[in-house]
Design a protein around this ligand. Structure first.
Ligand SMILES: [Zn+2]
Ligand SMILES: [Zn+2]
Length: 289
C-alpha cells in the first residue's frame, strides 16, 4: 500500500476548497508534492512530517501549489522539478522519481493550465492530479492559459492510465478514479450542450449564457462561471461550431448553421464535409481499397 500523507495548507477559498493538499509520498527519503502557498507555518509542518526529502515536485505553477516550493526545496536541500516554475528544473513527460515505497511518473496534462503535470504511481494505481481533478466539484478552466480542448484530451489520457485512486490537489481522496474521470467528461459534455442550447434560444453574450446556465447559483460565482463559459465557446469556435463578432465584453456569439453532409445530406456541425457515419464509411472504404 502506498504511503501518502496529506498536509493541508491554510489557504481555503472558492478555488482551493479547504486548502491545498501537500502530499508526502514514500519514505526514507520522501517525495514532497505541491508544497503549496508561501506560508512559513505550513512549510514547517510539511518538513516535520516529511523527514529527509529526496525531491520536491510541483503539478503546476499556480500560486496555491508552487509559491512555497523553492523555499521548501531550499530548506530541505532537495532538488525541485516542475514543468514551468521559477527556480525549478524543467520536468519531461515520462520522467520518473523513485524513493523507497514509491515510483512517481510525470505525465503532462495541459488544460487547467498549459504547464500542468500529474504523477502516476503505477504499482498502486495512484494518480496525483493537482488541479486537473479535484476531490470535490470541478476543475476551473480559465482561458487562455486554461484550454478546454487540451483539458478534455488530458482527461482521456488520464483514463488510459487506468488509475484506481486519485490524490487531488484539493478536497478528499477519490477511491473510484474511473467513475470520477467519467463524471468529469460527462459534466463538460453537459455544459457544452447547455451553451449550444443557450445560443439556439437566442443568447448572444457570455453574460446571457451565464445567467441562463447558472440561474440556480449565487451571483458571486458568475464571474468564475463566465470564464468557464468562455472556455467552452473557444473550444466550439475552434471546431467551427460557433461564430463570433466584436471584442471584449460586447463580443457576441452565434451557433453556426450545420452544413449538409457531402455524401448523405445529413446535418454536419462544424467544419467537416461528412457526417460521422459517412466519415467512418469513407475511412473504411479507403482502408480496404
Ligand atoms: Zn491551479
Ligand atoms: Zn489549486
Amino acid at each position: 500500500m502506498l504511503r501518502a500523507i496529506r498536509v493541508l495548507a491554510p489557504n481555503p477559498s472558492v478555488y482551493t476548497l479547504e486548502g491545498t493538499n501537500t502530499w508526502i509520498v514514500g519514505g526514507g527519503p520522501t517525495i514532497v508534492l505541491d508544497p503549496g502557498p508561501d506560508d512559513p507555518a505550513h512549510r514547517d509542518e510539511v518538513l516535520a512530517s516529511a523527514g529527509e526529502v529526496a525531491v520536491v515536485l510541483v503539478t503546476h505553477s499556480h500560486e496555491d501549489h508552487g509559491a512555497g516550493a523553492a523555499a521548501l526545496a531550499d530548506r530541505a536541500h532537495a532538488p525541485l522539478f516542475a514543468w514551468r516554475l521559477e527556480g525549478a528544473t524543467h520536468l519531461t513527460d515520462g520522467q520518473r522519481f523513485l524513493v523507497p515505497g514509491a515510483d512517481l511518473e510525470a505525465v503532462h496534462t495541459p488544460g487547467h493550465s498549459a504547464d500542468h503535470v500529474v504523477f502516476l504511481e503505477r504499482a498502486n494505481g495512484a494518480l496525483f492530479t493537482g488541479d486537473a481533478v479535484l476531490g470535490r466539484g470541478t476543475s476551473f478552466i480559465d482561458p487562455p492559459d486554461g484550454d478546454l480542448t487540451a483539458y478534455l484530451a488530458s482527461l482521456r489520457h488520464m483514463q488510459e492510465l487506468a488509475p484506481r485512486t486519485i490524490y487531488p490537489g484539493h478536497g478528499p481522496v477519490v477511491v473510484d478514479a474511473g467513475a470520477k474521470l467519467q463524471d468529469y467528461i460527462a459534466h463538460r459534455a453537459e455544459r457544452e450542450a447547455q451553451v449550444l442550447a443557450g445560443l439556439e434560444a437566442g443568447d448572444r453574450t457570455v453574460a446571457q449564457l451565464v445567467e441562463r446556465i447558472y440561474a440556480d447559483y449565487p451571483v458571486e460565482v458568475h464571474a468564475l462561471a463566465a470564464r468557464s463559459v468562455t472556455a467552452h465557446l473557444r473550444k466550439l469556435d475552434r471546431e467551427g461550431r460557433v461564430d463570433k463578432a466584436g471584442r471584449g465584453s460586447s463580443q457576441t456569439w452565434t451557433a453556426t448553421a450545420p452544413n449538409a453532409c457531402a455524401r448523405c445530406g445529413r446535418p454536419v456541425h462544424g467544419r467537416g464535409r461528412y457526417c460521422g457515419p459517412c466519415s467512418l464509411a469513407l475511412l473504411q472504404g479507403e482502408a480496404t481499397s
